[in-house]
Design a protein around this ligand. Structure first.
Ligand code: ATP
Ligand code: MG
Length: 398
């Protein structure tokens, strides 16, 4: 048994001691065989959720209706899912019905790709019903069974295929790729949030160009919000070779830049994808900063408005296009800002009222803005006395 599974071994042993089968399954098995890092260990078992809960003292119901219970053991959580089959799929997404079964084989059959349908026994033996091990060696993504059927059952699997092509830097097997091409329109049935997760993982994978190439060639992009008929803009990404994207905000900034969206279109685009509001806010800061980096026009006021984290994101995005400046230079320039946020300003609204006799309202807002800019540009020192007299001057000037 690979060392990484050792801490989890007693969990399998305990389930087996109670008379059930249990295996490590899915991504953790695949990634261990590939010598990639794993993020979590998933377990599949013949025991029903109620039976798992009877065996372990510490469990959390994370998805009990689908058969998933999280077992907590020495501070680690193990998602433990009862063997199940799925049937129905009348709407091309999630099964109408999940049926618990007692056989591992049936459970492995419902999985999407051969490399994801491997199970690992407590004694280290790999159960490989569909030649997933050979596909891992060949770096091949191949549907379990008939691709056409599998994509009809669940159209999200098509996005998962292109996502794994990037994540693992694997090739999609020809019949599977053909299946995606033929069924791409079914993607329109899938909840946008689920598509989004896969698209983000594609951009953040080992070989985004490989995943994007398939995403474009199969026509999947046509059925994504805001991407229909954007083939030419998307195709430009295929010739870029400096991929250093680190997070979702950077991904969406790249897409927005590629589509040449203005600020209000960016918001509309991201709303269609149902992204969180703080992500939208971050992307809105990143885009003008990328432009400023590109134009070598990163003024103190732009850096101030952008902030540390969006500046970093912008420079990562700029790397993709060959526009970036040295990270250390960027850091230095940012650190040189006399103030980094509104609260660093030596005066605030209250002081303007009490010490400079300025009334609250739009005029005061404008004065604070002007003072901020003067301080940022090094024209006025950031101390209260200087700023208060400058404020009075500004009021007089109107
Ligand atoms: P990651 O490293 O991104 O977590 P993963 O393979 O673990 O990759 P998950 O989405 O966590 O992916 O799913 C766990 C397992 O469940 C998969 O390996 C696969 O066996 C199965 N699976 C997940 N989604 C589907 C699906 N839509 N259709 C069929 N099987 C799926
Ligand atoms: Mg996983």
């Amino acid at each position: 048994l690979p060392a990484i599974f050792e801490p989890a071994r007693p969990v399998l042993q305990k389930i087996e001691a109670a008379g059930y089968e249990a295996y490590f399954v899915g991504g953790c098995v695949r990634d261990t065989i590939l010598h990639d890092e794993i993020h979590d260990i998933d377990i599949a078992t013949s025991a029903y959720p109620s039976e798992i809960k009877a065996i372990f003292n510490h469990t959390v119901d994370t998805g009990i209706e689908h058969g998933t219970v999280m077992i907590l053991d020495h501070g680690t959580g193990y998602e433990t899912t009862t063997f199940r089959t799925e049937s129905g799929y009348q709407d091309f997404r999630r099964p109408d019905k999940v049926t618990f079964v007692r056989s591992l084989n049936e459970d492995l059959q419902r999985r999407d790709f051969t490399i994801n349908a491997l199970a690992l026994r407590e004694d280290g033996e790999v159960i490989d019903l569909f030649n997933g091990l050979a596909d891992l060696q060949k770096h091949l993504i191949r549907a379990v069974g008939d691709p056409n059927e599998r994509f009809h059952e669940d159209a999200l699997r098509m996005m998962r295929a292109v996502r794994f092509a990037s994540k693992l830097d694997f090739v999609i097997d020809a019949p599977t790729l053909k299946g995606i091409k033929e069924n791409a329109p079914l993607l329109a049935k899938i909840a946008v949030e689920r598509i989004r997760v896969e698209l983000e993982k594609l951009f953040l994978g080992q070989n985004p160009v490989a995943g994007l190439k398939d995403f474009i060639a199969t026509g999947l992009y046509q059925y994504c919000p805001g991407l229909a008929n954007t083939k030419d803009q998307l195709a430009i990404l295929l010739v870029l070779n400096q991929w250093h994207l680190e997070n979702e905000a950077q991904v969406w900034a790249v897409l927005s830049l590629q589509l040449q969206l203005d600020q209000s279109e960016v918001v509309k685009f991201l709303k269609k994808w149902k992204t969180a509001n703080d992500l939208i806010a971050q992307v809105k800061k990143i885009i003008p900063a990328v432009d400023a980096i590109h134009q070598r026009n990163l003024t103190p006021s732009i850096m101030f408005r952008t902030g540390d984290s969006a500046l970093h994101d912008a420079n990562q995005v700029a790397k993709l296009y060959g526009w970036a400046i040295e990270d250390s230079e960027l850091q230095k320039a940012y650190q040189r800002l006399p103030i980094k946020s509104a609260k660093d300003l030596a005066i605030d609204g209250k002081m303007l009222i009490t010490k400079a006799g300025i009334k609250p309202g739009p005029v005061m807002g404008k004065i604070i803005q002007q003072l901020t800019l003067l301080v940022l540009n090094g024209e006025v020192a950031n101390d209260a006395t200087t700023l208060l007299s400058k404020a009075q001057e500004l009021v007089k000037e109107g």
